[in-house]
Design a binder for this molecule. Sequence first.
Ligand code: NAD
Ligand code: LMR
Length: 340
Amino acid sequence: RSVDSALRRRGASSGSRLFSSESAPERKVAILGAAGGIGQPLSLLMKLNPLVSNLALYDIAGTPGVAADVSHINTRALVAGFAGEEELGKALEGSDVVIIPAGVPRKPGMTRDDLFNINAGIVKSLCTAIAKYCPNALVNMISNPVNSTVPIASEVFKKAGTYDEKKLFGVTTLDVVRAKTFYAGKAKVPVAEVNVPVVGGHAGITILPLFSQATPATNALSEEDIKALTKRTQDGGTEVVEAKAGKGSATLSMAYAGAIFADACLKGLNGVPDIVECSFVQSSVTELPFFASKVRLGKNGVEEVLGLGSLTDFEKAGLESLKPELKASIEKGIKFAKEN
Ligand code: NAD
Ligand code: LMR
């Protein structure tokens, strides 16, 4: 709150137009896939975010209705709907943050990699448009398989000459949200106070929660408890896919997680200090070119990719066993983008 009021004072005393009457700079957020299961509640949550001045809702169809609906909410953001490829440029122009939940979700029995054939092409064409219409935007990639779609995006941007590794994020916040919830339940600590870093990637064993670094710390959990919490976090997406029994994957918890991550990006852009979230980014934390870990966000996107900290033997083993799968998924994405 003190930072916010300091920023406000600065804006007022310098007579700067940086801050609107609503006390935060103008920020445009575009959501691609806004009419979908994630897209709709995410549009709602971004409309509720006072840091957003303009909200562009894009999908291949259905967005005029979603935009009309959300636009009646009496909050700051001006909402516009865009439908069909010919409107994509207008949706993207001037965006500070682009959130991408476009693409097909899993059904029971599928892995996230089974979505590659359809979603790789969708992500590639959307990122080609981002390179053209808003090359400086921060890109929050939700579409699966994240372990491959982020490398695809990086290659598309490299080809276009617009790649900035500080501005591309795979959204792994839902893994953190789950790890926090499951840890709080088991350790019987207040969930609102819990923090748990989750590193690696966003599929099965590539999701590695570091419960040894969870806060508030507890002695109440046995090794077996930690193993069970790890497995439940890794299988969290599948738990929802099975419960939805053919009607898709996590949408509401994902919208919440996507809104948390986009809010962190906006705060970073606005110069709020000490904004740290886990995300799958270009990284030298391990030998792999992309890796999820804690990231400090700032005015240009990634300010610092933070290391893994000290790991238990169980976590070290998890780290080594996830590397081959994560490496293969990254390479698959890069190969697709180079060949298509
Ligand atoms: P959904 O099918 O309900 O919605 C997807 C939307 O994308 C649809 O409205 C569809 O019209 C739209 N779309 C398809 N092609 C498009 C294109 N070319 N341009 C713009 N929009 C397009 O699916 P959902 O449940 O919202 O899931 C979306 C994606 O998010 C899936 O790939 C899913 O696996 C992924 N997901 C990721 C996480 C994560 O943690 N990163 C969590 C949950 C879901
Ligand atoms: C999730 O973790 O819920 C998403 O990646 C969707 C899925 O397919 O599990």
